[in-house]
Write a protein that binds this ligand. Structure first.
Ligand code: NAD
Ligand code: UD2
Length: 312
């Protein structure tokens, strides 16, 4: 294995910590740059091959230091809550767009080329009415979060054309799995429902529960991110990450109830303002470019999540 580390920005978070674990398991050195705003050190294992730098992607000097000597970067640091970006557009912009631009500059200066970027299905806005969304669907970013993700994609593409950066851009749909933090009302719905079901606390569905999402298991995502770090040709176009399967919240609850042998009381509240009704990934590009042979069904992913130790 090459000796120089792979940098994971946001590596103490939900997805980043799974990626760190997988890289360490295959003998790599890993450096994490994280401001621990939502991430936690406890998400990461102890390893002499792991270096944790507490710092902010919004600060160019800190990003330059973190990038120095790295082989490649996985850029996952962001304020991941759409609602937080609505409430604090300037604050989230510093992390979600300035952070990306700082990283591009630092990589150009250091001669590091490969970067895997966590974009989002949010860039499509409300286009999905039942059909699968392909990557060429017109973009309609409806929130500062989505605007920053789309702009980040454009900056990465500029640095690709102008400075030889090798970005692999993924548009994640709804990622779930162990260590996803259920503590905020805007946390991923599966993390909230699974935690509450486990503790026997009442569950609230916003709206009629017939809205659908394309849920993708975090360990399958990590398998894709590893390939993107390794591949000789990442391709210049963004790639959707989803199963091309729509699951309604009512179906999700039925499966959870089945696995747990019952559910606490479920009530329905008003639908969230601006909530997307249907979201399903057209994943043909993903399947053409990456090996995704053993993708986890929602039922199996939920079972694995329920078996994982509760978050400390
Ligand atoms: P997360 O909140 O667990 O991880 C984000 C990490 O970034 C945290 O550890 C946080 O402390 C860190 N961070 C935030 N701002 C930072 C800053 N300014 N400097 C340094 N570190 C900072 O969320 P996650 O679900 O693991 O998301 C990882 C990435 O994937 C994010 O970019 C998110 O937007 C993207 N994404 C996630 C989903 C999903 O379904 N979870 C969907 C689409 C896109
Ligand atoms: C997800 C991502 C977001 C963005 C977007 C792209 C998360 C946390 N958010 O937003 O970052 O990428 O996809 O389109 O992954 N719900 C309930 N009860 C609850 C919580 C949620 O009914 O207690 C509903 C919610 O109203 C929505 C659905 O569950 O209809 C999914 O909500 P979410 O917050 O998990 O994710 P989403 O799709 O809004």
């Amino acid at each position: 294995m090459p000796d120089s580390p792979i940098l994971i920005t946001g590596g103490a978070g939900f997805i980043g910590s799974h990626l760190a674990e997988a890289l360490l398991a295959r003998g790599e050195r890993v450096r994490v740059l994280d401001n621990l705003s939502t991430g936690k050190r406890a998400n990461l294992p102890d390893s002499e091959r792991l270096e944790i730098v507490e710092g902010d992607v919004g600060d160019l000097a800190q990003v330059q230091r973190a990038v120095a000597g790295c082989r490649a970067v996985a850029h996952l640091a962001a304020v991941a809550s759409v609602q937080a970006s609505v409430e604090d557009p300037l604050g989230t912009h510093r992390s979600n767009l300035i952070g990306t631009l700082n990283l591009c500059e630092a990589m150009r200066q250091a001669g590091v080329r490969r970067v895997v970027f966590a974009s989002s299905a949010a860039v499509y806005g409300n286009h999905g009415e039942g059909r699968a969304i392909d990557e060429d669907t017109p973009k309609a970013p409806l929130t500062p979060y989505a605007a920053d993700k789309l702009a980040s994609e454009h900056y990465l593409d500029f640095y690709r054309r102008q400075h030889g950066l090798e970005p692999a851009i993924f548009r994640f749909f709804n990622i779930y799995g162990p260590r996803q933090d259920p503590s905020s009302p805007y946390s991923g719905v599966i993390s909230i429902f699974a935690e509450r079901a486990r503790l026997g606390l009442p569950i609230t569905v916003f709206g009629d529960g017939e809205q659908t999402r394309d849920f993708f298991y975090v360990k399958d995502l990590v398998a894709l991110l590893l390939q993107a770090l390794d591949t000789s040709e990442p391709g210049s176009e963004p790639v959707n990450v989803g199963l091309d399967r729509a699951t309604s919240l009512n179906e999700l609850l039925a499966t959870l109830g089945d696995l747990l042998g019952g559910l606490p009381p479920v009530s329905h509240g008003p639908a969230r303002a601006g909530d997307i009704r249907h979201s399903r990934a057209d994943n043909r590009r993903l399947l053409a470019r990456y090996r995704a042979s053993s993708v986890t069904s929602l039922r199996d992913g939920l079972a694995a999540l329920l078996e994982a130790p509760a978050r400390s």
